[in-house]
Design a protein around this ligand. Structure first.
Ligand code: SAH
Length: 224
């Protein structure tokens, strides 16, 4: 892999002064912390994170932290996006469900790895804005839904991967049910203290593994 490092190198739509910053982000925050999957690394080098954050955060778009978007939601820290994507073993054509479209940044990273992406967002304004950003950038094959992701997206199940970017208090059974055999789910679980879990739906049963402590915005829970 030899990504374009020099600012101004061709990127399809002209000069991108953030190429260098993305390289530094990938080197210092992602590869240095052990992310190895080449598809993930290439996607993180390509996706223009600064176009997914509010204007007043553009300058810190590539720093090692989450960034607030609308309505008390956040774009996850770059490393967390890379880690969760790597845990899903993304591959071209792999059918993935994302819960919590948010800014669309994680969606773009998944789409860039070639995954066949379905994404659900509960706040309509946020969903509309994300779709606009993603379409403008040429990610045209993503399927969108406005609704409660706690229930998954039954009509399109099963999914080979599910990625959840808002934390429920427990692992929703409906989501496990919508995983294909050998499907994987990455999900933060908890309240003030949260852990990231990797759930695997193997032929010998559902396996769960705790990956690390995390801090995500709460998932809106169903009221009934
Ligand atoms: N992946 C996003 C992170 C967004 S923050 C990104 O890269 O920017 C989490 C998002 O989950 C918020 O936009 C929030 O509105 C959404 N969310 C919370 N509860 C939800 C639910 N039950 N169903 C779908 N989306 C939900």
């Amino acid at each position: 892999m030899n990504p374009a490092r020099s600012p101004g190198s061709s990127e399809g739509n002209g000069h991108d002064k953030y190429v260098e910053r993305r390289w530094d982000m990938v080197e210092n925050q992602i590869v240095s912390r052990g992310i190895k999957n080449a598809r993930v690394i290439e996607a993180m080098l390509k996706v223009k994170r600064h176009l997914f954050v509010p204007e007043n955060y553009i300058d810190s778009a590539y720093s090692d932290k989450p960034i607030p978007i609308e309505k008390r939601q956040t774009v996850s820290q770059p490393y967390m996006v890379a880690l969760m994507t790597e845990l899903l073993s993304p591959a071209p054509g792999k059918k993935i469900l994302e819960i919590g479209t948010g800014s669309g940044y994680q969606s773009a990273v998944l789409a860039e790895t070639g995954c066949d992406l379905y994404t659900i967002e509960i706040i309509e304004d946020i969903a509309v804005a994300a779709r606009k950003t993603l379409e403008k950038l040429g990610y045209l094959n993503i399927k969108y839904k406005v609704g409660d992701g706690y229930k998954g997206w039954e009509e399109n199940a099963p999914f080979e991967g599910i990625i959840v970017t808002a934390a429920p208090l427990d692992i929703p059974d409906k989501l496990i049910e919508q995983l294909s055999t050998d499907g994987k789910m990455v999900i933060p679980v908890g309240d003030m203290s949260q852990d990231l879990f990797l759930i695997e739906n193997t032929s010998e049963g559902v396996k769960r593994k705790k990956i690390t402590s995390v801090r995500f915005v709460p998932m809106t829970q169903p009221s009934n």
